[in-house]
Design a protein around this ligand. Structure first.
Ligand SMILES: Nc1ncnc2c1ncn2[C@@H]1O[C@H](COP(=O)(O)OP(=O)(O)O)[C@@H](O)[C@H]1O
Ligand SMILES: [Mg+2]
Length: 368
């Protein structure tokens, strides 16, 4: 773990009465003054500062002088805040390079949570994806630790090629960082690029198999993913087609209450972690990929809609319908395999041929 040295130093002093009193006796009024200046700066620029930004301001002589003489206005405060942020970024990047050897490049265009950003990262000749969390936001560090812990346990004794594997995790300044294999585009990107109905049988088959296999790897260790949706399903670049389920930040132990999810994917199921929850989210994902509406619908509602389509139901829709019809029969990994996976493989064999079926069959988790 790496936190810039002295980061909480002057702030902590405000919070310890004994030390504060001693400081006043010594006529060192700096910390008290800085609190006033900090409050003034925050009110001028209109936002609360993170710990690292506070430290950055404290070290910024020109900004502190302008504040002390009362010549700073809102525009100037915002200018200095941007400058402080860019100095912090540079020093965090340098610290990460010095201690970990990672070189951060530009940001990936991504549509995740507001407190995470995705970057390209180099190390040696390798190129990776880095998920950077702003730990100034409550609960965010826990979310990063959860992703790391779930990945570790799932990949500890089983090969689970369709679930994201966290390669490295560390703290840098006021950021927590995960290093991940770099993947190309998400199923949401595919959907945005395709006209309705253009996402084909191969794409839906691969998404279904990749997510089911990842779900099995998680379930074997007692975890529900919780937030299966197109934006969390990645398609890898390269000659060999490959699907990876990402974003372990919503993972929840079975039977516990789910805290983070995208409601309309779960088709009205109770908000409790289960294989049924993940399966319903996968079925909705497949529906959305092939242009079947699911918003505000229940499991029964979507199933009825698809059944009515009869022979016009697309391959992806057929897989989704099979999943929804058998939700109640799946409580354990073995049932997931017998009731859903085997049937999906059979249908893939019939629709796309033996070669695709063999590729997908190899994704099911196997002991190491
Ligand atoms: N390993 C990766 N390589 C490339 N892009 C990724 C990777 N993991 C996630 N992404 C992209 O970044 C977005 C946000 O990542 P995600 O892990 O879902 O974070 P959040 O918790 O913010 O939703 C994803 O929707 C996806 O488009
Ligand atoms: Mg996400």
């Amino acid at each position: 773990m790496m936190v810039a040295s002295g980061e909480t130093d002057w702030r902590t002093r405000q919070l310890v009465p004994g030390r504060e009193a001693r400081q006043l006796n010594q006529s060192v009024h700096e910390p008290a003054k800085q609190v006033d200046l900090l409050a003034k700066f925050e009110s001028l620029c209109g936002e609360k500062l993170t710990v690292a930004q506070k430290k950055g301001l404290h070290c910024h002589n020109i900004a502190i002088r302008a504040l002390t003489y009362g010549i700073m206005d809102k525009q100037m405060a915002q200018y200095y805040l941007r400058e402080i942020d860019s100095r912090l970024k540079t020093s965090t990047r340098q610290a990460v390079l010095d201690s970990k050897g990672y070189i951060f490049e530009g940001q990936l265009a991504s549509t995740g949570q507001s407190y995470t950003s995705m970057y390209y990262v180099f190390r040696g000749a390798g190129v990776y994806c880095s998920k950077v969390f702003d730990v100034g936001v409550a609960g965010v560090e826990d979310s990063m630790q959860l992703e790391k812990a779930v990945s570790e346990v799932v990949h500890s004794d089983q090969a689970c090629p369709t679930l994201i594997k966290v390669l490295d995790a560390f703290r840098a300044g006021h950021h927590a960082v995960l290093i991940l294999p770099l993947l190309a585009r998400s199923a949401a990107d595919l959907l945005a690029a395709a006209s309705p109905g253009v996402v084909d049988d191969e794409a839906t088959a691969y998404v279904a198999a990749g997510v089911l296999a990842a779900m099995a790897g998680l379930a074997a260790k007692g975890w529900c993913h919780g937030d299966i949706k197109p934006a969390n399903i990645m398609l890898a670049a390269g000659a060999e087609k490959h699907v990876v389920l990402v974003d372990l930040g919503a993972c929840t132990r079975f039977n516990e209450k789910l805290k983070e999810f995208t409601e309309h994917y779960a088709l009205g199921l109770p908000k409790v972690a289960s294989l049924q929850w993940d399966l319903a989210c996968l079925a909705s994902t497949l529906c959305i990929l092939v242009g079947i509406p699911v918003k505000s619908l229940s499991v029964e509602g979507v199933s009825k809609y698809m059944t009515r389509l009869g022979d016009d139901l697309s391959f992806g829709g057929q897989l989704a319908l099979h999943i929804l019809k058998h939700l109640d029969m799946v409580d354990k990994v073995e049932q997931l395999r017998a009731v859903v996976w085997d049937e999906v493989m059979e249908r893939v064999r019939g629709r796309l041929g033996e070669e695709h079926a063999a590729t997908l069959a190899a994704w099911w988790p196997s002991p190491l």
